[in-house]
Design a protein around this ligand. Structure first.
Ligand SMILES: NC(=O)c1ccc[n+]([C@@H]2O[C@H](COP(=O)([O-])OP(=O)(O)OC[C@H]3O[C@@H](n4cnc5c(N)ncnc54)[C@H](O)[C@@H]3O)[C@@H](O)[C@H]2O)c1
Length: 343
């Protein structure tokens, strides 16, 4: 286990009144790193100072720059009870549960998906049961927990009927967390994330990887392909708004949720054609169609639109337009991605 002392303030665990301990499971991933950076920048969550942050992933994640509080960087497997005890120390107030095997990988390896996505969530429930006070748990579920396809516009009471194992494991995780909330072991908010664009770095094993690639690769001057038609619609959000949702879910009053702990946040429906049109200059010429029936079979089952009324009522912020999303990627991630890809 690695420790990084905070740079400012010299906070000592347990000393500051109302301060909180926070854990990010999957803290080394795309959204985990963004969230850790946000906490480091704010130094607080919901107006309360962060006393200590634990970042947990398969290998110890890097601590964010400039955190004014201690950051514990812990490696382990979420499905392992003793690793989970390390990841969620005593007096933890908030756990962001982002650790997961993503869609195409969970579909390709059923056992791995079940172990990480379901058993990992179960291990978190068991860990929270052992804590004296129930922590807030923010769980990243997914639109993949629904089906309905391109034509569907899902209302807030739509049933989760997953069309792949990843979506089923997310839905099962939500159910576990809702019951654990009812039992008083924890206090869950499950956010059914849209596809988050633009994902920095390289293409990954998510079936939706092409959605980010259409925008990212040409901005890097690289060629890429898309496996579906130009009319294909997808429900998206940006990393910036996803992090806003995480912070809101961690700090909101949960009484209004009642027994229903799942939230469909206000994403945005965009088509492949709209994404291509949003690309600057001749970047568009770097993208061409290349049908892939296996990917299309997975993504075409995902609904491309939600009403998201309940989430708006609960204070979850809106996803901006594609131009704003693209600008955010250029400001936050383009140069780092270029450097990483060059290396
Ligand atoms: N990015 C998206 O478009 C999107 C969309 C819907 C839902 N989600 C969900 O949001 C969460 C974060 O997504 P992301 O894009 O940052 O994914 P990511 O793959 O970048 O991060 C997930 C992290 O979990 C870690 N992990 C995997 N198995 C683990 C294990 N056994 N023990 C500990 N850690 C393990 C990985 O190493 C990785 O760092 C995930 O739960 C994902 O399912 C993401």
């Amino acid at each position: 286990m690695a420790w990084k002392a905070g740079a400012a303030g010299g906070m000592v665990a347990g000393v500051r009144e109302g301060a909180m301990k926070v854990t990010i499971l999957g803290g080394g991933g795309f959204l985990g790193r963004k969230l850790a950076a946000r906490l480091a920048a704010d130094g607080a969550l919901g107006g309360k100072p962060v006393e200590e942050l634990t970042l947990f992933d398969l290998s110890p994640p890097a601590a964010p720059e400039g955190a004014g509080f201690p950051v514990r960087c812990v490696g382990g497997d979420v499905s392992d009870a003793s690793a989970m005890s390390e990841a969620v120390p005593e007096k933890t107030s908030v756990v962001f549960h982002l650790a997961a095997v993503v869609s195409a990988a969970a579909e390709a390896d059923f056992d791995l998906g079940m172990r990480v996505n379901l058993d990992g969530t179960r291990a978190l429930v068991e860990r929270c049961r052992a804590l004296p006070a129930a922590p807030r748990v923010v769980f990243t579920s997914s639109v993949a927990s629904f089906s309905g396809g391109q034509e569907a516009v899902l209302a807030d009471d739509a049933r989760q009927v997953p069309a792949n194992s990843y979506g089923a494991q997310k839905a099962m995780g939500e159910m576990l967390l809702a019951d654990a909330t009812r039992k008083g072991f924890l206090d869950a908010v499950c956010i059914r994330l849209p596809t988050v664009i633009v994902r920095p770095g390289r293409p990954n094993k998510a079936a939706s990887s092409f959605v980010s690639a259409i925008l990212r690769e040409p901005l890097l001057g690289l060629e890429t392909t898309y496996p579906v038609g130009e009319e294909f619609g997808v429900w998206v959000c940006s990393p910036r708004v996803a992090v806003e949702w995480f912070v809101h879910a961690a700090t909101m009053e949960t009484a209004a949720l009642g027994l229903d702990r799942g939230v469909n946040p206000p994403g945005r429906r965009v088509t492949v054609a709209e994404m291509l049109a949003a690309l600057p200059g001749n970047a568009r010429g770097l993208v061409r169609p290349q049908p892939d029936p296996a990917i299309e079979a997975i993504v075409s089952g995902w609904p491309a639109a939600f009403t998201a009324e309940r989430a708006r009522r609960l204070g979850f912020s809106e996803t901006p337009g594609l131009d704003v999303i693209l600008r955010g990627f250029v400001e936050d991630d383009l140069e780092a991605t270029r450097a990483e890809r060059a290396a």
